[in-house]
Design a protein around this ligand. Structure first.
Ligand code: PEP
Length: 248
């Protein structure tokens, strides 16, 4: 049985004061949560998360990491630096990084390898654009994105992988994939993982992300291969985020 994971992606939002209220509100509302819950925050606020969340049920993580271990890579942050601040999760290959920072499948795969080797949980995002969906390429696109990662990691590490299916056309647009559309893609992704190891594929959590809100979360999370959510906009509001956690 896979334990559901609900993870907030704050993107480039927040400040020390608003974060304090958001973290305190979510932390206080988690006493009965049956699923795993985390927030992935801008790296400069990881110290704040460590100070506020240590020992609580709310985990925290980053939104990206360098593929390099250390050295002359101005502006980059290494996995060991994330570990210094108690990070447990790292979002990788978000469509905004693929689109605005030219992240390739190969780079995302390398970063995934680094994160797993360090003992952190990678949340690897895959998803098609609207044009790709409309031209019937969804399966090919998400399969290629996932294949790169599956090739890079050892079969024994499969269970440590979290995948997030995030159709690009649903991110921040208010358009959500129907539960059936999402389930179809999640099943394709799980079948791909099964080609690597049938048994371990059952342990891999596949999250849905893309305008998940309190009013659509329950239906999405009820689908057999949807094991949680990666939440953008709704993660910035205590009541909305907790309502999604409640659904999970
Ligand atoms: C995201 O960016 O990961 C995301 C799912 O955003 P939103 O929920 O705002 O669509």
């Amino acid at each position: 049985m896979r334990r559901k994971l609900v993870c907030g992606n704050w993107k480039m939002n927040g400040n020390l004061i608003s974060n304090a209220a958001l973290l305190a509100g979510v932390k206080a509302g988690l006493s009965h949560a049956k699923c795993e819950v985390a927030v992935c925050v801008p790296a400069v606020y990881l110290a704040q998360c460590q100070a506020v969340l240590s020992g609580s049920a709310l985990g925290w993580g980053a939104q990206d990491v360098s593929a390099h271990a250390s050295g002359a890579y101005t502006g980059e942050i290494s996995v060991s630096m994330l570990q210094d601040f108690g990070c447990q999760y790292v979002i990788l290959g978000h469509s905004e990084r693929r689109a605005y920072h030219d992240e390739t499948d190969a780079l995302v795969a390398l970063k995934t390898q680094r994160v797993i080797q360090a003992g952190l949980t990678p949340i690897v995002c895959v998803g098609e654009t609207l044009a790709e969906r409309e031209s019937g390429q969804t399966q090919a696109v998400v399969s290629a994105q996932l294949d790169a990662v599956l090739t890079a990691i050892d079969a024994a590490d499969l269970a440590k992988l979290v995948v997030a299916y995030e159709p690009v056309w649903a991110i921040g647009t208010g358009k959500t994939a129907t539960p059936e559309i999402a389930q179809d893609v999640h099943a394709i992704l799980r079948a791909k993982i099964m080609q690597k190891n049938v048994e371990l594929a059952q342990a891999v959590r596949i999250l849905y992300g893309g305008s998940m809100k309190p009013d659509n979360a329950r239906e999405l999370l009820a689908m057999p291969d949807i094991d949680g959510g990666l939440i953008g906009g709704a993660a910035l509001n205590v009541a909305d985020f907790l309502a999604i956690v409640q659904s999970a």
